[in-house]
Design a protein around this ligand. Structure first.
Ligand SMILES: Nc1ncnc2c1ncn2[C@@H]1O[C@H](COP(=O)(O)OP(=O)(O)OP(=O)(O)O)[C@@H](O)[C@H]1O
Ligand SMILES: [Mg+2]
Length: 207
């Protein structure tokens, strides 16, 4: 068992000889049964779709090995390393990684995808310093500017709440984000950052 959360339970083992994890959606007792089943199905379907898309690119994320929509589980290839949450709290990675994380988020956005839950628990770093993303159940496949701005805002809030010791935090993420643009993505890094700043001010103003 490597994780028991509010939504999912993750165990680790071998799948046809490949290091893998089994991610099962947990039933939420307090939710209406039908609503619960619908939410589970929609999240798992979205996650599977996004992972399948990422699989045909160079993007580093788990590979989808098996899925059962009805029962609400997936088998994914196991990523090495740990969530950056642990490394940041344990002070074992330098702040320059925030720059690389910004680049990784931009790479995802350039594929037209948003993540939806970009906390430091859903960003992995392995022993070689390679960054990967996981947990795509709240992603958008045709992401709009607002979704991309929200990704930066979720990470910003997570960094301020859990990693306030980082000197620059989100500012370094934004540098990485804006320096790694390549293609014909409909939304430039500048437009996403500008939307993020609007969201950030909106949140500040509303308290
Ligand atoms: N493919 C994987 N390889 C390695 N570790 C994984 C993998 N998938 C999940 N994990 C570990 O399990 C944790 C939880 O997985 P995930 O983020 O996908 O679930 P979750 O939807 O956030 O669950 P909950 O909302 O219940 O916390 C991750 O933070 C990570 O530590
Ligand atoms: Mg997660």
């Amino acid at each position: 068992m490597i994780h028991i959360g509010a939504e999912a339970r993750v165990t680790s083992g071998l799948w046809l000889g490949i290091p893998a994890v089994l991610k099962s959606r947990r039933r939420r007792g307090y939710r209406h049964m039908e609503l619960d089943a619908r939410l589970t199905k929609s999240r798992i379907t979205v996650e599977a779709k996004v992972l399948s898309r990422l699989q045909i690119t160079q993007f580093s994320a788990p590979r989808l090995l098996q899925i059962n929509h009805e029962e609400g589980w997936m088998v994914l290839s196991k990523l090495g390393g740990n969530p950056i949450y642990e490394s940041l709290v344990g002070d074992s990675i330098g702040e320059d990684y925030m720059f690389k994380i910004g680049e990784k988020i931009r790479e995802l956005h350039e594929l037209g995808l948003s993540h939806g839950d970009l906390t430091t628990h859903n960003i992995m770093i392995d022993g070689t310093g390679k960054i990967s993303l996981l947990d795509f159940g709240l992603s958008r496949i045709s992401a709009e500017l607002e979704h991309m701005g929200q990704d930066l805002q979720v990470l910003n809030e997570c960094l301020s709440a859990s990693h306030s010791e980082l000197e620059k935090g989100i500012e370094d993420v934004l540098i990485g984000y804006s320096e790694s643009s390549s293609t014909e993505s409909p939304y430039s890094p500048e437009s996403v950052i500008s939307r993020f700043n609007q969201i950030r001010n909106r949140v500040r103003y509303m308290g």
